[in-house]
Design a protein around this ligand. Structure first.
Ligand SMILES: C[S@@+](CC[C@H](N)C(=O)[O-])C[C@H]1O[C@@H](n2cnc3c(N)ncnc32)[C@H](O)[C@@H]1O
Length: 279
């Protein structure tokens, strides 16, 4: 932990505050390096990939999930159990849905949202302004693996449908553990492979319908990536183990709608890990 980080307690960090400085496409950088998408030269899951679908992202999300995605985001915010006036960090904030819900559901809280996609942030900033929340929500360009946030600084971290796109997930999770105050929660919401008989319909929807409808309405390779990245994501129990080995203690894993999505709720493991016996 750098002492510079520890000293900077006046704000969340030094990342460029897009909400106040405006956006410039030239400041965009890709997120983590994954496999390039066929025919696009763009890295799957990167900020540049999301730039390409930013304008239609919300519309297609609601369409594909029949609006259930917003219910899941509300569950995620409530699972934070953050106090009034909390400082919340929303990683992979995208178009800001979780940030806006946090501001609406947690009294007097302030939210910083971080994302590498300038296109997604631009849509998000428009939504924040329209919601009259610009004084409480600050959307910034950045990477979950390198947070310009002091140690033990925030009262809650959310990450919705984002961790799947981060190549070095352990690094992002360690950063989350570092910036959380003792006892404060992180809630990770992620799409997962549905399971069981009842999940078969959902599986068909995700593997057949989502890429096709996505291709029709937006960019084909990007929506194929979304489906493939869900299939490649670790099983919920395995992901909980990755969290556990990255400085977090998982207190609950919640299965949503036949396993189409999961919520992982955790605290920094320093809080309640068994203390060594004193001699
Ligand atoms: C599927 S969107 C989710 C957006 C939003 N959280 C939501 O609930 O709709 C995934 C987001 O992850 C972002 N992302 C990709 N790599 C990232 C990284 N290394 N750090 C932070 N965000 C990242 C993308 O730019 C994209 O906006």
């Amino acid at each position: 932990m750098s002492s510079k980080r520890n000293q900077d307690t006046s704000k969340y960090g030094k990342a460029e505050a897009l909400a106040t400085t405006g956006l410039s496409a030239t400041t965009a950088s890709n997120g983590p390096v994954g496999a390039p998408l066929a025919g696009t030269g763009v890295v799957g899951g990167s900020g540049a990939m999301f730039d390409a679908i930013a304008e239609r992202y919300d519309f297609i999300n609601r369409l594909m999930t029949f609006g259930i995605d917003q219910r899941w985001r509300r569950l995620a915010i409530d699972a934070l159990e953050a106090p009034a006036g909390a400082k919340i960090l929303d990683l992979a904030t995208g178009t800001g849905d979780l940030a806006i819900l946090a501001a609406r559901r947690i009294e007097g809280c302030t939210v910083v949202g971080i994302d590498p996609s300038v296109g997604m942030l631009a849509v998000g900033i428009g939504k924040v302004k329209a919601a009259g929340l610009i004084k409480r929500i600050d959307l910034r360009h950045g990477d979950a693996c390198q947070l310009e946030v002091p140690d033990h600084f925030v009262d809650g971290v959310t990450m919705g449908f984002g961790i799947r796109n981060v190549q070095n997930r352990a690094k992002a999770l360690r950063e989350i553990a570092r910036v959380l105050k003792p006892g404060a929660r992180v809630v990770v919401l992620e799409a997962t492979e549905p399971s069981g008989w009842l999940g078969l319909g959902a599986k068909f929807h995700m593997h057949v319908m989502v890429p096709r409808v996505g291709a029709l309405l937006a960019k084909a390779p990007q929506y194929r990536y979304l489906q493939q990245s869900v299939a490649a994501f670790p099983a919920p129990k395995r992901f909980a183990e990755i969290m556990e080995s990255s400085g977090l203690h998982v207190i609950e894993v919640r299965r949503l709608l036949f396993g189409v999505a999961h919520l992982w709720i955790a605290v920094p493991s320093g809080d309640d890990s068994p203390q060594p016996l004193q001699a």
